[in-house]
Design a protein around this ligand. Sequence first.
Ligand SMILES: *[C@@H]1O[C@H](CO)[C@@H](O)[C@H](O)[C@H]1NC(C)=O
Ligand SMILES: *[C@@H]1O[C@H](CO)[C@@H](O)[C@H](O)[C@H]1NC(C)=O
Ligand SMILES: *[C@@H]1O[C@H](CO)[C@@H](O)[C@H](O)[C@H]1NC(C)=O
Length: 301
Amino acid sequence: MLLLALLALLAATGVFLVFKHPTVVAFCSRLARLWTSENSIFDVKSLAQGVHNISSTPITFTKEEIIRTFAAESWQLQAYNDYASVLLDTERVFPCIYAAKGFKSNEQVFVFLDSDDIGDPRHARTVASALMQYLPRARALGPNTSLVVLTKHTNDTRTVEEYNVLFWKLLDGLARLDEVAWPANVPKDIDTERWCFSFNGESVFAAVQTPAHQQRLSRYADSLTVAFQPKWVFDILFSTDAKRESAKTKVRRLLSKYDVIPVSPLLSNYGDDGTREAQQYFLMDENIPAPCPLQRLAADV
Ligand SMILES: *[C@@H]1O[C@H](CO)[C@@H](O)[C@H](O)[C@H]1NC(C)=O
Ligand SMILES: *[C@@H]1O[C@H](CO)[C@@H](O)[C@H](O)[C@H]1NC(C)=O
Ligand SMILES: *[C@@H]1O[C@H](CO)[C@@H](O)[C@H](O)[C@H]1NC(C)=O
């Protein structure tokens, strides 16, 4: 969440050494195989159709709309209640206080996916439509806003590694559906300091929580959850160095109490030397960088 960008900054050197470690190399090639084999069933054609025809129907919900719309026993309300209980917990304070505040003050909107297979092109279409509905009105929602993607609970959860691959498939699918040109000031190569995810002409931060995380509890959720924040949220939060420092310190202190493992060294300031925004979206359950299976999004489009 916000906290990622808030956080400092051990960064580069250690990270690059870790990449060269034999276990990590083996892990990456395993992941590359996983990506390629699943990629063959990645239905690019069905992605190319479709944002137009669904984006006019509202598919995002405010808190009140969720409570009005879904029955008490529905999976949507179950996912929502699980999410709410984490953010509202007063004993174990959720480290991203900006997300908690945004939730309480109705600045968040929600979209539901009926499975945790977020690599499914059907889900990319839904999230693309949700972002198209959400981004233009995000400023009106408030400075602690986000779009929260909630998924149906499954007992048959996947591994952290599998969720990482599916998350990148989602971003790839979104980029294929994007109707607005990639921002000119953001590089397309993911493995660069100034790359960040962009959609509908806007730069957007993402944070993933999975049911498979056990150590990094700030990245655990009973049902897979992805939060998207327009990056102007951080421009406001970090409008002065003093604000940046104070925000980072607060979140860091809470994170170190909340998580079983130490704060990720990958959390850093956007654009700083040696940092990678892409590595902050999906944090592994150990302090190693999540492998990114792509060099570019929508590379062949
Ligand atoms: C939207 O497009 C998809 C893919 O072409 C199609 O299957 C679906 O029926 C369309 N939905 C509407 C409401 O037109
Ligand atoms: C955003 O959240 C932070 C952290 O809780 C809070 O201090 C700040 O006042 C919030 N902004 C607004 C406008 O509510
Ligand atoms: C998931 O597990 C819970 C607890 O064991 C059980 O009550 C529920 O029926 C299971 N759900 C499914 C869809 O299998």
